[in-house]
Design a protein around this ligand. Structure first.
Ligand SMILES: *Cc1c(COP(=O)(O)O)cnc(C)c1O
Length: 219
């Protein structure tokens, strides 16, 4: 299975300069990633730590690796030396561990706080109240967090055909994002809903199956 090059090129063109494309390559072989890399794509997203670490080892070192899954604190150390952006930070404990590993690796690790915007209960993320609490804590103890850079928000909309519902969830996340002028990145939108996400103000989309084809988890 190879990548949908034309769809990728059309998508890059449609997104333009101001919306970052994170090509979600989870479960896909390194050859597929290399194909897009050769077309100029530098940002790739993965959601399993081991898979990300393996691909990092095998592929060119100028790739920007995004961790987009749910990250367990005890696994931060495996990606801390090289990860470009961690999208799904949703607890103080995790942020503290990222900071600790950032310090060990003598780097500042970019993070997005994940907000729970979907109605499904299985989704990770902070409530608005938890977000406010975490941000005020970060602001009042900045010295403590000198090796993390919280640069924006991330959210996953409900899996539903109800476009209005998806739109209102993105609208809500955008409204939270707008409250914090220090934030620059708003990561929202996947293959099925990226167009709505962009209309609602996303500047970073995470797109997998549209360009890499459907994932087969049984392989
Ligand atoms: C898998 C995944 C994506 C990409 O999903 P597609 O529907 O294949 O585009 C985006 N974001 C997260 C958090 C994911 O886990």
């Amino acid at each position: 299975m190879s990548v949908y090059k034309q769809i990728f090129l059309d998508l890059k063109l449609a997104l333009g300069e101001n919306i970052k494309l994170v090509a979600v390559s989870k479960t896909k072989p390194t050859e597929d990633i290399k194909e897009l890399y050769d077309l100029g794509q530098k940002d790739f997203g993965e959601n399993y730590v081991q898979e990300l670490a393996d691909k990092y080892t095998e592929l060119p070192k100028d790739i920007h690796w995004h961790f987009i899954g749910h990250l367990q604190s005890n696994k931060v150390k495996y990606i801390a030396p090289f990860v470009e952006l961690i999208h799904g930070v949703d607890s103080l404990k995790l942020l503290e561990e990222i900071n600790k590993q950032g310090e060990k690796n003598d780097r500042i690790i970019n993070c997005l706080l994940q907000v729970h915007i979907a109605t499904e209960e299985t989704k990770f993320g902070l409530s608005e109240e938890e977000l406010l609490q975490l941000l005020s804590l970060i602001n009042t103890t900045q010295l403590k967090f000198k090796n993390v850079n919280v640069c924006g928000l991330m959210g996953i909309a409900s899996f539903t055909d109800d476009k209005q519902k998806v739109r209102s969830e993105f609208k809500y996340l955008k409204s939270l994002f707008a409250k914090y002028p220090q934030f620059s990145m708003l990561s929202m939108g996947m293959s099925a809903d990226y167009k709505i996400a962009i209309e609602e103000g996303s500047n970073m989309v995470r797109i997998g199956s549209l360009i890499f084809g459907e994932r087969n988890y049984n392989q």
